[in-house]
Design a protein around this ligand. Structure first.
Ligand SMILES: [Ca+2]
Ligand SMILES: [Ca+2]
Ligand SMILES: [Ca+2]
Length: 188
């Protein structure tokens, strides 16, 4: 707290770490940080700040983005302290837009696993899936999210215990790549 240098410049060790984790160039990271701080001078975004900021990076209308951003917030907030700091944001954003399929799926898993108990149940998946239908403007009558979730579970819930571990989820989607278009909000 009250340390001015953390506000204006990035700690070189952290910069190195972020370069390594995200694969982004230092200049790009510094530019992102500027943008992040101009949207939120304290450097820690709450849900409202994050919504405004994330929305400015996407093209969909407010209504459509709102719900999904809530889920994304939870996934990006890795230490679950209710705030997203620059490191959490940069890793989340870089990985979900530029990462490998496996890296993206780990974030997708975190989006679905709302109660963070390391498994996804049907209810959790239906909630996020509905938000994604809204985001993409897909009709819920034609192929209801509940049915879609059942189909996904029957494919990748290997031990049939009605919940998906991270392994089941990530490996299952990697084995059935077309599912990733259905389950991941990060493919567009
Ligand atoms: Ca946090
Ligand atoms: Ca869960
Ligand atoms: Ca299972």
């Amino acid at each position: 707290m009250g340390n001015k240098t953390t506000k204006s410049s990035l700690d070189p060790t952290l910069l190195d770490k972020l370069t390594e984790e995200t694969g982004l160039e230092r200049e790009v990271i510094i530019a992102w940080r500027k943008q992040f701080l101009s949207a939120c001078s304290s450097g820690k975004m709450n849900r409202k700040d994050f919504f405004k900021f994330y929305r400015s990076l996407r093209m969909e209308s407010d209504d459509k983005v709102k719900e999904i951003v809530n889920f994304i917030f939870t996934a990006f907030d890795r230490d679950s302290n209710g705030k997203i700091d620059f490191e959490e944001f940069l890793c989340g954003y870089a990985i979900t837009s530029l990462g490998t399929m496996r890296q993206k799926l780990e974030y997708v898993f975190a989006i679905y696993d709302k109660d963070k108990n390391n498994s996804i149940d049907r209810k959790e998946m239906v909630r996020v899936m509905s938000a994604m239908y809204d985001l993409s403007g897909k009709s819920k009558d034609e192929y209801p999210p509940e049915r879609c979730v059942n189909d996904v579970f029957s494919l990748i819930d290997v031990n049939n215990d009605h919940s998906l571990t991270k392994d089941e989820f990530v490996e299952g989607v990697l084995k059935n790549p077309y599912i990733s278009d259905i389950v991941s909000p990060f493919n567009q």
